[in-house]
Design a protein around this ligand. Structure first.
Ligand SMILES: Nc1ncnc2c1ncn2[C@@H]1O[C@H](COP(=O)(O)OP(=O)(O)OP(=O)(O)O)[C@@H](O)[C@H]1O
Length: 316
């Protein structure tokens, strides 16, 4: 069964786009597909068109410490009517015509050494690279941070790998990043292990690692869902600030329509793997075209009307 069916999205540079939908609607699958993080067994059919000349030079391997262990057992994502061509060039290999970048076929899986190797079939031109062009923040920072590696090393690794700085400079940048995500005592935090931090602090570390190499696109997949309400608001504020400061584009995945509305310029609504509505946040909230979107709004209003009613203030 396909988890996503014919989903097509344009995301403007610098835009904050939220993707919402009920559990199982395909939000995470879409985010993982864009990031090239679906397991090898997933069938992925589609294209990513990235602005020409905007991909950054990088090595082929993302550092292991900031990526999740994706189960290789993940099933079929989409059935491709045309089947897949046999060629499986490494990511970054250009093909003959150098046209847009179809993202077709096998994606990525964790290798024995812990690094994530990207292999996609039918690659044409260059694809955005996770860690360098795309930063990814997961719901549970504990699953993306290495429990036995100091925080500083985990962030410095991203910088060293993608920006090719010396370890000394990479650690200096890691400290600056910990300051940017407003962790108290960044110098000491560099030496901390994840278990020594709170959930909110760990998520700040994960965000620091995600933006360490200066990606153009930041994907936050339910990045605040595991946090309590106050910490959630702080992390949303942090993400909004970082995205604005660095001129990043944000894909904010959430089941919470109010949270999405507080952050996004536009909202896309997924249902059963299909994109059923996409519009400006005001339009989606005040005049949804689909009854499903209205039902999401009503369900939220039934729980707590205040955040939605405060939306305009919150999104300032
Ligand atoms: N590892 C997997 N193997 C097979 N099918 C999967 C796997 N993970 C998710 N799916 C299926 O893909 C569909 C979309 O799941 P996905 O996790 O993308 O939804 P979601 O909207 O992100 O939900 P949630 O908010 O609960 O995370 C669901 O039908 C789900 O059962």
């Amino acid at each position: 069964m396909a988890a996503l069916k014919g989903v097509s999205l344009d995301v403007l540079a610098g835009e904050r786009l939220a993707i919402i939908g009920e559990s199982g609607s395909g939000k995470s699958t879409l985010a993982l597909a864009i990031a090239g993080l679906l397991a090898k067994s997933a069938l992925v059919d589609g294209t990513i068109e990235w602005p020409p000349g905007q991909l950054q030079p990088s090595r082929f391997f993302a550092p292991p410490s900031v990526l999740p262990d994706i189960s290789p057992a993940r099933g079929e994502i989409s059935s491709s009517a045309g089947g897949f061509p046999p060629a499986t060039p490494e990511i970054g290999e250009s093909d003959r015509d150098g046209s847009i970048s179809p993202l077709v076929g096998e994606m990525s899986g964790r290798t024995e050494g812990g690094a994530v190797e990207h292999r996609r079939s039918n690659v044409r031109g260059e694809l955005p690279r996770l860690g360098r062009d795309i930063g990814f923040v997961f719901q549970d920072p504990s699953s993306s941070l290495d429990p036995v590696m100091p925080i500083g090393r985990q962030i410095a690794e991203v910088v060293h790998t993608h920006l090719h700085l010396t370890w000394r400079d990479a650690y200096a940048k890691a400290k600056t990043l910990l300051e940017r995500v407003r962790l108290p005592d960044p110098e000491a935090t560099l030496r901390c292990y994840p278990h020594q931090l709170s959930g909110g602090q760990k998520q700040r570390v994960a965000i620091a690692a995600a933006i360490a190499a200066g990606p153009k696109l930041l994907i936050a997949d339910e990045a605040t869902s595991a946090l309590d309400t106050i910490v959630q608001a702080e992390v949303v504020t942090l993400i909004r600030g970082l995205v604005a400061e660095d001129g990043m584009t944000l894909l904010f995945i959430s089941h919470d329509i109010a949270l999405a509305a507080s952050l996004a310029d536009r909202i896309a609504v997924l249902r059963h793997g299909e994109l059923i509505e996409l519009g400006q946040t005001d339009q989606i909230i005040n005049a949804p075209r689909q009854s499903y979107t209205r039902a999401l709004l009503d369900a939220h209003l039934g729980l707590d009307a205040k955040p939605l009613l405060d939306r305009k203030g919150a999104s300032a």
